[in-house]
Structure formats: structure tokens, C-alpha cells
Design a protein around this ligand. Structure first.
Ligand SMILES: [Zn+2]
Ligand SMILES: [Zn+2]
Length: 299
């Protein structure tokens, strides 16, 4: 009897240990991110927070104490390619080891699924989104996409910028690339049909939506609204958090400490709220505070 019980237990343990690791689905509405420190000398967080959304989707956040922008970066894995969106706000690998962090994830994936090419692209051409490009340039199996509109048109086969939405196949994972100039000329949004996540860069996130080209921005937000009417959306994710949990209240600019941050995701309702506000404001670039974002025209 004792032996039988022991045997049964052993078999159970064997079966259990052979099972693949359970995917860690994260609820992004309650996910806590590292948010810097009041005194950065006392900050003990890692330089990059790594969150596994599922086995093929990763979200990284740069530590605020390495750069106040604390941007998010996103990694999508397909059968043939991996797509990294953005390389953060710090160039130096010893302070901000983005390449080694991403390589570790990809190597792990490749062990079971075969080699993939890493494509590094950007939500737009601002320094807090491409600072660590140099860590990737010249590395094996790695392509870094250029930062200009012409580079995007060539790489992703966009004939009719900015109206055309194109596919980019990672291998059994066809991402959509949506041109959304306005915050910056080469701004793009990315949609992943597997997780239904829509990345909106600095064009739509819980923070100060800096608008450089008012007319283009309005059209781009309209393009995003139309896209969300035709595609199922799980989360709309931008690249920063600058709003607190108090409606309409943002953190001071360049702060390195943001306790009680607004959640990263925004909703389709909030996207519609932005589109309607822009329409109501007409042709005059106007600053306007909303609960979860601030329309913020700049020269
Ligand atoms: Zn930007
Ligand atoms: Zn930014």
C-alpha cells in the first residue's frame, strides 16, 4: 500500500513536472510598474522591468531613475521574426542593458522554436524611443529600421503614407502598421492580431499628448478610431505614463518619482473622447485637460 501510494505520487509529480510552464497572462489594468524613487540613490529596482504578457509578448519598462521619461518597450515573437518596438531613452548598455535583456528572451524562445531575426523598429523619431539603437546595430540576425518616413515606407512597403495600413508578418503573426503622424512626422501605431493589443506610442497614452502638427494629428486619431471599429481591441498601450490616479492631474515634468500612477492602458471610449475633443476644438491648436490625458499643442 505504501509503495503504491509512493508510486502514484511519483507518477503525478512526473506528469506535473513535464507540463509546459503556465503562461502568465497579466491584467494590464492593475499591473504595477516600477515608478522611480524620491531619492534615486536609494533605488533598488532593476534598470529594466520585464513583464511577460504571454509566451510571445513582452512589455519592458525603463527605470525612471535612469531617465525620467521611463518609456515602455514592447517585444513580439513570431515564427520567423521578433519585433522590438523602441529602444528606450538611454544609450549606455552598462546603465540600460536593453540588448542583453532582449537577447535573453529571444534566445530562450529560439531554443524551442528555432532561430528568429530581430527587427528593431520605433513608434516615432524622438530620442527617448531610439537611444539604445546602437546596442543593436551590427549584432547578428538583427535589423534596425531607420527613423524617417522614407525608411518606414521602404521597410514596410507603405505606398500611400499616411493613409495606408500595411501588414508586417513575423511568421504566423501578421502585425498591422498604421501611420499616425502628428506627434512626430514618422509616428506609427502597431496592432497585434494575436493579443489584440494596439500600440499608440506618444500619440495616445495617459499623459501629455504633445501635438506638433495639429491637422495631421487630428486625421491620425480619426484613423485610429476607424481602426478600432473594425478590429477587436484588448488594450490600447502608449509609451509613457504621466497622469496620476487623480483625474486631470499629471506629475511634474521630468520627475523621477511617480507613485500611484494611472494604469498604462487607455480604452476605446477614451480614444473616442480624444477624437471628439479634437473635432470640437476645430483648427485652433488648444491645450485641454481631460481625466486621463492632456491635449498639449507645441510649436
Ligand atoms: Zn515622442
Ligand atoms: Zn516619448
Amino acid at each position: 500500500m505504501k509503495t503504491n501510494t509512493f508510486l502514484a505520487l511519483s507518477v503525478l509529480i512526473l506528469i506535473w513536472s513535464c507540463k509546459p510552464a503556465v503562461e502568465e497572462i497579466v491584467d494590464l489594468d492593475v499591473q504595477n510598474w516600477i515608478y522611480g524613487s524620491e531619492n534615486c540613490n536609494e533605488n533598488i529596482d532593476p534598470p529594466i522591468q520585464v513583464v511577460k504578457y504571454n509566451s510571445t509578448t513582452w512589455i519592458l519598462r525603463q527605470n525612471k531613475c535612469t531617465n525620467y521619461e521611463a518609456p515602455f518597450m514592447f517585444l513580439f515573437l513570431g515564427k520567423e521574426k521578433a519585433l522590438l518596438m523602441d529602444t528606450g531613452a538611454t544609450e549606455e548598455a552598462d546603465i540600460f542593458p536593453l540588448y542583453t535583456t532582449v537577447k535573453e528572451i529571444i534566445d530562450d524562445w529560439s531554443e524551442k522554436n528555432g532561430k528568429v531575426e530581430l527587427v528593431v523598429a520605433h513608434t516615432h523619431k524622438h530620442g527617448d524611443h531610439y537611444a539604445a539603437d546602437g546596442q543593436f546595430k551590427g549584432k547578428p540576425n538583427t535589423m534596425v529600421v531607420g527613423l524617417e518616413v522614407e525608411d518606414l515606407k521602404k521597410t514596410f512597403n507603405i505606398a500611400n503614407w499616411p493613409e495606408e495600413i500595411v501588414d508586417f508578418d513575423l511568421g504566423d503573426r501578421i502585425m498591422n502598421i498604421i501611420p499616425i503622424p502628428g506627434h512626430q512626422a514618422s509616428s506609427i501605431a502597431i496592432y497585434d492580431p494575436i493579443t489584440k493589443i494596439l500600440l499608440t506610442g506618444d500619440s495616445f497614452y495617459p499623459g501629455r499628448l504633445y501635438v506638433k502638427d495639429w491637422g495631421a494629428f487630428k486625421q491620425s486619431i480619426q484613423r485610429l478610431v476607424e481602426f478600432t471599429t473594425k478590429n477587436e481591441i484588448s488594450y490600447i498601450l502608449g509609451n509613457h505614463i504621466e497622469m496620476t490616479r487623480t483625474a486631470g492631474v499629471d506629475y511634474p515634468m521630468e520627475t523621477m518619482y511617480q507613485p500611484e500612477e494611472h494604469p498604462l492602458p487607455l480604452s476605446i471610449d477614451q480614444l473616442n473622447e480624444l477624437a471628439m475633443a479634437l473635432t470640437a476644438l476645430g483648427d485652433t491648436p488648444t491645450r485641454e485637460v481631460h481625466d486621463s490625458f492632456i491635449i498639449y499643442p507645441i510649436d
